[in-house]
Design a protein around this ligand. Structure first.
Ligand SMILES: Cc1cc2nc3c(=O)[nH]c(=O)nc-3n(C[C@H](O)[C@H](O)[C@H](O)COP(=O)(O)OP(=O)(O)OC[C@H]3O[C@@H](n4cnc5c(N)ncnc54)[C@H](O)[C@@H]3O)c2cc1C
Length: 338
């Protein structure tokens, strides 16, 4: 079967790789096959099924958990993509921060930790931190390395092309996985949600866990890579521009330094802006749009986490016409489309 995948971001490439693995003749279309145009390039790569999203759309939780369970095998199939299972420390600076963060910790049934218990695990944390919790199943991966590995799997199959209309694609089946570009191709409601992310660099080993915290009402996460890079994210803004702003960078750095004062000596190496593809209910769209046309888009802030399960569900649908019932809540039909 000849399948055209529109969009060579992390979702399109993973869908293409899975279809190819199962014997399909796959072509992926993206205007910049070797470029850095997608949200994946900015994303920190937290694999956090217990985050805020489950309060917005509770049906999302089983999908996030199922994809999280697929990650170890998916990562191993791609080689070294920075998959790190040290886990996440949730931390809160003030009493108000504790109240706010405790909602997520309670939902995940995590045991509370005191400030000194947190510093036993992660000595670089500020002595001002009041409380926290350890989430063993919230892990991380490096999305840039994932995309690079998927591009290698699909070498020679990714064509440099911006698709303006699906009728341009000559294939037995089309998968639209164009992130924020999906609305223009399908009419499905997907809006860009701006996020600013910083990358710092210093001696490796300052942090060993992902830190997900609140400091005086400012939310921040710190994702430490083995080579000394620490990804600091992220703002969430209903805006379409690509400008980093003084306020966004200030808020991220202020919260990061409040939680981990030793970061003050790190080099600020990157400021990036990306757009999460969000839907009206902030859950992804995975399913059949019409005969021969499938959609895998709108993954908002969990696209990296949801990559393995999206690839599996969409490959099942394209090749067999049916897929696991876990996808039933995410069809295009909930927005009045097929
Ligand atoms: C600041 C920020 C932080 C994030 N952090 C995390 C995180 O920690 N964990 C997590 O799980 N997720 C995170 N995400 C979300 C994640 O990055 C996205 O959900 C994910 O990248 C979506 O993947 P995608 O392939 O659908 O879209 P993208 O990665 O945006 O890729 C879309 C691709 O489609 C191509 N395209 C668009 N239009 C067309 C067209 N007409 N023709 C051909 N190609 C087209 C684009 O060039 C692009 O390459 C974050 C996102 C942002 C912005």
């Amino acid at each position: 079967m000849r399948v055209g995948v529109v969009g060579g971001g992390i979702i399109g490439l993973a869908v293409g790789a899975e279809l190819r693995h199962r014997g399909a003749d796959v072509t992926v279309y993206d205007p910049a096959p070797a470029g850095a145009g997608g949200a994946w390039h900015v994303a920190a790569g937290m694999l956090a099924p217990g985050g805020e999203s489950v309060f917005e759309f509770p049906q999302l939780e089983p999908l996030l958990e199922a994809s999280n369970a697929l990650w170890p095998e998916f990562a191993a199939s791609l080689g070294d993509v920075g998959y790190d299972d040290a886990g996440t420390l949730g931390v809160a600076l003030t009493a108000d921060d504790v109240t706010e963060m405790a909602r997520e910790w309670k939902h995940q049934k995590l045991s509370p930790l005191t400030g000194s218990q947190l510093r036993d695990r992660e000595p670089a944390l500020s002595p001002r931190i009041r409380a926290g919790a350890f989430a063993a199943t919230e892990r991380q991966v490096d999305p840039r390395r994932v995309v690079s590995a998927l591009r290698t799997v699909l070498a020679g199959r990714v064509v440099a092309r911006h698709v303006s209309d699906l009728s341009e694609i000559d294939a037995d089946a089309i998968v639209v996985a164009a992130g924020c570009g999906t609305e223009a191709l399908t009419g499905l409601p997907i809006r860009p949600i701006k996020g600013q992310v910083l990358r710092l660099r210093g001696e490796p080993g300052l942090l060993t866990h992902v830190i997900d915290g609140a400091a005086d009402g400012r939310h921040v996460y710190l994702v430490p890579r083995a080579d000394g890079e620490i990804v600091v994210g992220a703002t969430q803004e209903e805006r379409t521009d690509h400008r980093p702003t003084a306020g966004g960078v200030h808020d991220l750095l202020r919260a990061a330094l409040d939680l981990v004062p030793g970061l003050a000596e790190h080099e600020l190496t990157e400021i990036t802006v990306g757009h999460r593809p969000g839907t009206p209910d902030n859950a992804p769209i995975i399913g059949r749009l019409r005969d021969g046309v499938f959609v895998a888009a709108g993954h908002h802030r969990n696209g990296v986490l949801l990559t393995p399960i999206t690839a599996k569900l969409v490959a099942d649908l394209v090749l067999t016409g049916t897929t696991d019932t876990i996808a039933d809540d995410f069809t295009p039909g909930r927005f009045g489309c097929a």
